[in-house]
Ligand binder design. Structure first.
Ligand code: G4P
Length: 528
């Protein structure tokens, strides 16, 4: 039977949705750009509201104290604003590479992304990694080359780098006129206009025609004018025209230049982003393609955040709506738990404040309260048994043994760690043979965050001891007798994870491979 379709009003609402994330190497200007977007969207009214590392001011997109303390962004928030008749859901991604897992999860919840490149550094390591995921998921990508007010690489070299290292075709939409001290603005390939960078010019005018030679000659030096003409000819003749189909397939990326700090060029990006970025269309589920315009609600959890209000120890599960319409008080079917969840108070966040959502559409993110029974990757529907296999899983790479400074706090420690593991912030393992608790993470900074959060949010003082565990594998076997034999023989190298599933741990890859080759019937899985 064909699924029922939403009403016209709702379909118009879906078409207005634009859900995207900004990804970049740390320090490229993601936070600065986010702030300028929110200024353009009139969500905030003064610059500096988001973050100032040096002054360690309150950060709109950073919730946690450790973020403010270190000036890094480690969690992911959702910011909603409207611009030129589109409703934008901007999902913030953690800035530090140790939290790449979170960023990858965010990429499953967006329909497009903006990639920031620091013009003085060109393509950096983390950008390459993130772009690989974006390409795998065929997410349309817009590129902003930032910090043109600083000494920059040659723009052609940056584009060449992007094409080679990020494996995506570049289509310049704007092009810089000079850089650093001599940055004078950009020309816009499609509007045939020049936008001037006020700071370095006396005789300033808003958008000027590229053919207004008499004016351009007045404000630019002979060399600058000649270079501008040459660049114009080069760019318009050498690069192909923007092709929306190729953009939607993730084959090509429109490229913009500017300076986020000086709020120059940001409007160029946002104007085109709202024009070109796709609205929610469909997602693959375990059974079929789920279209956004279907009447029945469906969505998946891409993030769980514990203790957004430390006083209440609450957990919020963030659901990306895939189809249907969310209405306050609606009953949702939690596919994994086979239970009904009445959503009375779905929330959205901005600047750490909560807003109750009355209705929401595909592309929107709703936060629902969880008592610990909702997991990352879970699906909610209006009854259909489907699953969205969107969330990638990563095996932990670093291990430490956690111990308490005050042993009476054991219960609190366990409950704190349980919540943090549900968020996907840490893996917990309890060896068969002793009372230790082993933590597994992907980036070492995560260890510090866990200690800090245990202290602040659960009032638990803990510390780490090193452990010689280097690799873990989840083990399964269809033959239960064989599994029992394996367990008996390897008792001292086994542990339970937080779901009471069994893992095998080893101190070296060499030893692990010996065991894997010895027990061919046992499956050793990198992720659950
Ligand atoms: P991130 O979120 O990607 O990590 O980068 P963020 O926006 O925090 O920017 C990193 C640094 O780069 C900040 O300086 C910021 O002011 C600066 N920056 C961002 N965009 C531009 C730009 O267009 N031109 C120039 N010249 N600088 C830019 P900071 O000194 O590290 O921190 P802060 O005290 O200014 O916050």
């Amino acid at each position: 039977m064909k699924p029922k379709i939403l009403d016209c009003h709702s379909i118009v609402q879906i078409k207005k949705r634009c859900t995207f994330a900004i990804i970049s190497h740390p320090d490229s200007g993601k936070t600065t750009i986010t702030e300028k977007f929110l200024l353009l969207g009139k969500v905030i009214h003064e610059a500096g509201t988001i973050k100032s590392r040096k002054s360690k001011k309150y950060a709109k997109s950073d919730w946690m104290r450790i973020e403010q303390k270190r000036g890094i962004s480690v969690t992911t928030s959702v910011m909603k604003f409207s611009y030129l008749k589109r409703y934008i859901n901007l999902l913030d991604t953690p800035g530090h590479e140790d939290f790449s897992e979170d960023t990858y999860r965010v990429l499953t919840a967006v329909d497009s992304c903006l990639i920031i490149i620091d013009a003085s550094k060109s393509v950096e390591k983390r950008t390459k990694k993130l772009m690989k995921v974006a390409r795998l998921k065929k997410i349309p990508v817009i590129t902003f080359i930032n910090k043109l007010d600083r000494n920059s690489y040659d723009s052609l070299k940056i584009l060449d780098d992007i094409e080679k290292k990020l494996k995506i075709l570049c289509v310049p939409i704007t092009w810089p006129i000079g850089s650093g001290k001599f940055f004078k603005g950009v020309f816009n390939v499609y509007d045939n206009t020049v936008s001037l960078y006020k700071k370095n010019l006396k005789n300033f005018k808003e958008n000027i025609s590229i053919y207004d030679y008499s004016y351009l000659k007045k404000i630019f030096s002979k060399y600058e004018f000649k270079k501008l003409r040459e660049d114009w000819e080069l760019i318009t003749s050498c690069y192909q025209n923007f092709n929306k189909k190729n953009f939607n397939k993730g084959i090509e990326t429109p490229v913009f230049f500017g300076s986020a700090l000086a709020n120059f060029g940001i409007d160029h990006v946002l104007n085109k982003l709202v024009k070109w970025a796709p609205c929610p269309t469909f997602k693959y589920s375990s059974k079929r393609k789920i279209f956004s315009i279907e009447k029945n609600f469906s969505g998946f959890v891409f993030k769980i955040q514990a203790n957004m209000n430390p006083k209440h120890h609450d957990r919020i599960a963030f659901i990306r709506i895939v189809s249907g319409k969310y209405k306050e008080g609606m009953k949702l079917y939690h596919v994994q738990n086979k239970s009904i969840y009445v959503v009375k108070n779905a929330i959205n966040f901005l600047a750490g404040e909560r807003f109750i959502i009355k209705e929401a559409y595909p592309g929107d993110i709703i936060g629902i309260y969880s008592k610990g029974n909702i997991k990352i990757g879970d699906t909610f529907t209006e009854g259909e048994n489907i699953n969205f296999y969107e969330i990638p899983k990563f095996p932990p790479e670093l291990f430490k043994c956690i111990y308490l400074k005050d042993s009476l706090q054991q219960k609190k420690l366990l409950s704190g760690l349980k919540q943090l593991s549900e968020e996907g912030a840490v893996h917990i393992f309890k060896p068969f043979v002793n009372n230790y608790i082993i933590l597994g993470v992907i980036g070492s900074l995560q260890f510090d965050v866990i200690l800090e959060r245990l202290k602040i949010e659960y009032n638990v003082l803990a510390n780490y001891r090193s452990t010689n565990i280097s690799f873990i594998r989840w083990i399964t076997c269809n033959d239960l007798k064989l599994l029992e034999e394996f367990k008996l023989k390897n008792y001292s190298s086994l542990a339970y994870d937080s779901n009471n599933e069994i893992v095998y741990y080893s101190n070296s890859l060499f030893n692990l491979n010996i065991i894997i080759s010895k027990y061919k019937e046992i499956c050793f899985l990198k992720t659950k």
